[in-house]
Structure formats: C-alpha cells, structure tokens
Design a binder for this molecule. Structure first.
Ligand code: TYC
Length: 108
C-alpha cells in the first residue's frame, strides 16, 4: 500500500529543492611563460604589458627571468582567467609567428 495515496490532501504536490550553490573554486593558478631561442625579447616584453598589465620595468624583469632561468610567472589568477590568458597569449604568439609558449600551474 502506498503511503502518499492520490486521494490524500497534498497528493501530487512537488517539493521544491533549493539548488546547491556553486562555490568559486578556491585554487589559484600561475600563468607561466617558457623560454625559447627564437622569440624576440621585445615581443615578450610586449606580451607582458599587453596581457598581464606590467609596466616596462616589471615586464623587462620577468622577460629576463624567463630568458635566464627557463620560465617565469607572468601572473596568478583564478582557473578561468588563467585558462583565458594562456589561450590568448598562445594564439597571439602563433599569429605573430613566434614560438613563445604560455602554460598554467596550480599554486601550492
Ligand atoms: N630567449 C629569447 C631570446 O634570446 C628571449 C625570450 C625570453 C623568449 C622569454 C621567450 O618567454 C621568453 N631572443
């Protein structure tokens, strides 16, 4: 025997369930530039100014860090923003025929 019979008051009533709230992901990601032998230094400085809003001094410092150490952090962002930065930088470099590569890494 069904306990919520159709003849009872409230039969067929739907219970409204509040949707779970989507919390922002609590992780941050480093957007990293990688060194290569062909991309001009000026182009890397330009990237750091255009997409990462660095001033000339900071852009030069990061570019030289990448050049000498092999990689360097251009900025730290949420997952979605970091993914977008990586995509636009790699596309912009490809369109300008430079092999510059940009990746992202979860912060620890
Ligand atoms: N190594 C490059 C050169 O000597 C310069 C360079 C710097 C390239 C940083 C990429 O992410 C990079 N022209």
């Amino acid at each position: 025997m069904e306990s919520d019979g159709e003849d009872k008051p409230g039969a067929g009533a739907k219970t409204l369930v509040k949707p779970e709230q989507k919390l922002a992901e609590p992780f941050f990601y480093k957007v990293v530039l990688l060194n290569d032998d062909y991309t001009p230094m000026d182009f890397v400085v330009h990237i750091l100014q255009k997409f990462f809003l660095k001033n000339m001094e900071e852009a030069n410092r990061i570019m030289m860090q990448v050049h000498q150490q092999g990689s360097g952090v251009a900025g730290v962002y949420s997952h979605e923003i970091a993914e977008t930065k990586v995509y636009v930088v790699n596309e912009y470099s490809r369109k300008n025929k430079h092999p510059l590569k940009c990746t992202m890494e979860k912060t620890s």
